[in-house]
Design a protein around this ligand. Structure first.
Ligand code: HEC
Ligand code: HEC
Length: 397
C-alpha cells in the first residue's frame, strides 16, 4: 500500500501552487466555521428577545424569526446578486418568485431546501450550470440558514456524531466507526505529512455490519490540541451509502489541510452516521449489538491467532466480499478490546454451542467435510490443531 503514496505525489505537487489561495480561504473561514453552532444558538436567542419586543402577540416564534432574519440579511443578497437574473422570472425555474415571498417559495420548491439533510439541499449541490456555482463562503451562509429553518420547523439542531481522535501515521490510517455504533464500518485514508500541513488521500468508507450511511463527513484537525473544523467543509455535499463489505471513495478522496501541525490528531464529525437502511445504530432494535460473547479474553488467546492466520485474508477486513458476507471476521485483526468484542460476536454466529465440533466454522475448512469451501486445511492434522485451539474458546462461551 505504501506505493500508493508515491503515486499520489504528482497530485500533491499539483496542489502546492494553490496553497496560497487555500491558506487565504482557510484564514477567512476559520472563525466562521468554528463558531457555527454556538452562533446558531445565539441567533435564535437574539431573535427571541427581539421577537418579544417587536412582535408582541405575533405568531412567529423565536426560531422562525431567526430563520427569517438570517434569510433577509444574508441569503437574499446572495440570491439577488448571483441567481436572480434567471431564477426570479424564468418559467419553471422561478424559485425566487416573491409569491408570497422568496423564502416561502424556496422552502416549498421541491428538493431545493432539504430540512431532513441540509447539506444535501439542491441549492447547495447544484454547482456550476447555466448559472454560477455558489462559493464556499456563500454555501456556508446558506447552510447556516437552512439549519435555522430546521429549528424553525421544530426539528432538532444539527447533532454531529464524532469519532474518536486518531494520530495519523504516514501510510494507511483507519478510523473505526464501531464506537459510534457502526460495528465493522470504518473510514480510512493515506496520510502524508507536509511541512506545515497534512495531506490525506484515498479517503474511503467501508461498510461493516448492516452497511453505513453518512452525510457530510467533516474533518476536524486538533491543531496543538484545539479543534479546527475543515474551514471549507469540503465534504459538505457528501451523502453516501456503503453496503456491508463494500468500500467507496468519499467525494474526490483527497484533502489538504494547511497551516496545521503535521502531528495533529484528526477526528471526523458526521451530520448523519447510521446503518445503510437508515436505522439508528444507537437505537434499541438490537440489530447491531446483542449476541455478544461471554469470554472475549478466551477468544483473543485461543481463537484469534488461528482464525487471523488461516481465515483473515478472505474473511477479514479488505478480504473477499462474498466470504465476508458469509462469515464476517472484519474485526479479527483489531486487537483493541472493542475490536475483539466485535470479532468474537461476529464469529460466534457461526458456532453451535450445543455441538461445538460440528459448528459451521469447522465444517467449512475441514478437508473431510465434503463442503464446497474455497479453503481447506492441507491435512487432517492441521485442521484438528485449528479446531482444538478454537474449541477451547467455545467451551468458555
Ligand atoms: C444565467 C442563468 C442562471 C443563473 C444566473 C443561475 N441559474 Fe440556476 N438554473 C438555470 C437554468 C437554465 C436551470 C435549469 C436547467 C438546469 O437545471 O441546469 C437552473 C436550475 C437551477 C437549479 C435546479 C432547480 C430545480 O428545479 O431543480 C438550482 C438549484 C439552481 N439553478 C441554482 C442556482 C443558484 C444557487 C444560482 C446562483 C448562484 C443560479 N442557479 C444561477 C439558470 C441559471
Ligand atoms: C481463500 C479464501 C477463503 C479462506 C482462506 C477462508 N474462506 Fe471461508 N469462505 C470463503 C468464501 C468465498 C465463502 C463464501 C462462499 C462459500 O461459502 O463457498 C466462505 C464461506 C465460509 C463460511 C460459510 C459457509 C456456509 O455454508 O455458510 C464459513 C463458516 C467459513 N467460510 C469459514 C472459514 C474459516 C473458519 C476459515 C479459516 C479456517 C475460512 N473460512 C477461510 C473464502 C475463504
Amino acid at each position: 500500500m505504501s506505493a500508493g503514496i508515491k503515486v499520489q505525489s504528482p497530485r500533491l505537487a499539483g496542489t502546492v501552487g494553490s496553497r496560497r489561495a487555500m491558506l487565504e480561504t482557510l484564514v477567512r473561514h476559520l472563525p466562521m466555521v468554528r463558531l457555527r453552532v454556538p452562533a446558531l444558538l445565539a441567533l435564535v436567542l437574539a431573535a427571541g428577545c427581539a421577537g418579544q419586543i417587536t412582535t408582541p402577540g405575533g405568531s412567529d416564534d423565536a426560531a422562525v424569526a431567526a430563520a427569517k432574519a438570517k434569510f433577509t440579511a444574508s441569503v437574499q443578497p446572495i440570491m439577488d446578486g448571483f441567481c436572480g437574473s434567471c431564477h426570479l422570472g424564468q418559467a419553471n425555474i422561478d424559485f425566487l418568485r416573491p409569491e408570497p415571498d422568496p423564502r416561502t417559495q424556496m422552502l416549498a420548491w421541491d428538493g431545493l431546501v432539504r430540512l431532513d439533510a441540509p447539506p444535501t439541499s439542491g441549492l447547495l449541490t447544484k454547482g456550476a450550470h447555466s448559472g454560477p456555482a455558489l462559493t464556499p463562503d456563500q454555501s456556508a451562509v446558506i447552510l447556516d440558514w437552512i439549519d435555522l429553518e430546521v429549528l424553525a420547523a421544530g426539528g432538532e439542531p444539527p447533532a454531529d456524531v464524532e469519532t474518536e481522535k486518531l494520530t495519523p501515521q504516514p501510510g494507511v490510517n483507519t478510523l473505526d466507526l464501531g464506537p459510534i455504533g457502526l460495528t465493522g464500518s470504518s473510514l480510512s485514508f493515506l496520510y502524508e505529512p507536509l511541512a506545515t500541513g497534512m495531506y490525506l488521500s484515498d479517503i474511503q468508507v467501508t461498510g461493516g455490519t448492516g452497511g453505513v450511511h453518512v452525510v457530510n463527513p467533516l474533518f476536524v484537525i486538533w491543531n496543538e490540541g484545539s479543534p479546527e473544523p475543515d474551514p471549507i467543509n469540503r465534504f459538505g455535499n457528501i451523502d453516501l451509502v456503503v453496503q456491508e463489505g463494500l468500500t467507496s471513495y468519499v467525494g474526490g478522496g483527497t484533502a489538504v489541510f494547511v497551516d496545521v501541525a503535521p502531528t495533529s490528531d484528526i477526528s471526523v464529525h458526521f451530520r448523519v452516521a447510521e446503518l445503510a437502511d437508515g436505522t439508528d445504530p444507537g437505537g434499541g432494535d438490537g440489530g447491531v449489538v446483542g449476541g455478544g460473547c461471554n469470554n472475549v479474553p478466551a477468544f483473543t488467546s485461543a481463537a484469534q491467532p488461528p482464525l487471523a492466520a488461516s481465515c483473515g485474508n478472505c474473511h477479514g477486513a479488505g478480504g473477499q466480499t462474498n466470504a465476508i458476507s458469509a462469515t464476517d471476521m472484519t474485526r479479527i485483526a483489531d486487537l483493541t478490546a472493542e475490536g475483539q468484542a466485535a470479532a468474537c460476536a461476529q464469529v460466534k454466529t457461526r458456532v453451535n454451542a450445543l455441538d461445538p465440533v460440528n459448528s459451521g466454522l469447522f465444517l467449512a475448512p475441514d478437508p473431510n467435510s465434503g463442503t464446497q469451501h474455497p479453503f481447506k486445511f492441507a491435512t487432517a492434522t492441521d485442521f484438528q490443531n485449528f479446531r482444538n485451539a478454537v474449541v477451547q474458546w467455545i467451551n468458555q462461551e
